[in-house]
Design a protein around this ligand. Sequence first.
Ligand SMILES: [Zn+2]
Length: 563
Amino acid sequence: MMTFFSKITGVDYPWIKYSQITGRDYVAGAMENTTATIHQESAQQDARELVDGNNWEGTIAHELFHQWFGDYVTTESWSNLTVNESFADYSQTLWDEYKYGKDAGDAENFNGMQGYLMSGSENKQLVRFHYKDKEDMFDAVSYQKGGRILHMLRNYVGDSAFFKSLNNYLTTNKFKSAEAHQLRLAFEDVTGRDLNWFFNQWYFNSGHPSVDIDYQYDDAAGKVNVIIKQTQKSGKIFSLPLAIDVYDGANKKRYNVWVKNGVDTFTISYAKRPDLVNVDGDKVMLWVKKDNKTLDNYIHQYTHAGNYLDRREAIDFASKKLDDPKAVELIKTALTDKYHGLRNFAISKADLKKETVKTGFESVLLNLAKSDKYATVRASAIQKLGDYKKAEYADLFKKAVTDSSYTVAGNALAALIKVDPATSSALVKQLAEKPSKGILQEVVMSEILKSGDESMAEKIIGDFAKMPLSQGKFQALNGLATYLSAIKNAEKIKWGVDEIVKFRDAIPENFKNQTDPFINGMVLKGILADKTKKAKENAADTALQELVEYIKAKLPEADKKGF
Ligand SMILES: [Zn+2]
């Protein structure tokens, strides 16, 4: 990663060493201190977690790229924070593209775009001179929107000019601070183009376009009108250079156009009606679109257009048309897409309530469950097969419970519970004795907690007691409360309550105003409410009456009301 970033920036890693440290209960995701990044605890993963892929790799890239964008050249002010964060964010796309291929990079870019679009930040400018609190700048605009803007800029100027401009920005401003204008000047210097329009629109203004795309075919005249209408509520009009690809079979002809008005119509002539007109051929636009294509267009797009988003859009569209056999066929094809992320997406769209899907997909799902080389795909396929509730799959699930991936093992256990409850409950007990994480741990724990199995008390309450004072222990409270509500043995319940109280009282004073309301008001009062109800139903059970008083005594005066 250090070599790759050195290569694309044309600036060797600028410092004498690089360390990565993890810290328990670290307040943020990670921090790019020069030469020494600190990560939160969850960056430490075990070998079985890494079977699914390294969830932390994006953050590792992000913090490392800050050593150039953030440390070597630092933002001039909080208002210009994006010259640090947009690059760190975009480095995740660059790294995935380099290491795992274009589909993986595009998937990361798409996720970032969704992160921004769902954040409801249309009114925030990328460079903002007015904000209430310094923390407000660390948001989906400075990070994810900034990253997507860089992706569009790269597409517009081309890879060679893009990376040369990054080098120009870094070397011109090294060991100094810079703002968005320095970035613009660096790009203008390399490309010879005026980029004020781009920076004014994306850096010093807010929002993004929403577009309706329509197609009017006129076979007699041999032409199609591609109508792009900007519908964003802000009323602002965006300038968007983009590609329109026109397909005749596998042959593609590209038209580069500028969208500049509220409504733009582009007329393209043809000898034979195109199989597909694909607006934003590179799928880089940061926008929300309503694209009025037909299912046939999308089928062609899936097969011939090639980009991750081309295929994803086609799968998504077909998944809403599952009464059409052609749509079912498209999803079935996508179950074996070359990119594992889209195989997973297609599996998630296999609606088994549709009989044609259920019968048509079964053998493909079985193959994926058995032999896909990606653990996450095997895990999704097993989960889907579990929904068939077929006893004949019990052996497959049982075998998969021992898979090295926690996700495969957890989904397999959940599927086995549906078809063979006796075997699975014995397995749950065995698995509870072994260390586990992720989905496997969730499934095992939720089974045990629900069961109220008294023989597991030593394990459940004991494990909680042994946990260090940590965020993880705080998160374990809900599960423990569920278990203490489900079991009957008064001594064990008291032990559990004592451990919760011990944890509550050990939390440092400055965090208590955040943690006490939850621990007293939700966790302890939740257990108390459950036991009070049972005590009322069993008035003769003196041990239960005493237990209620015991729990009540652990609560502060204000929380005792109502009991
Ligand atoms: Zn960052």
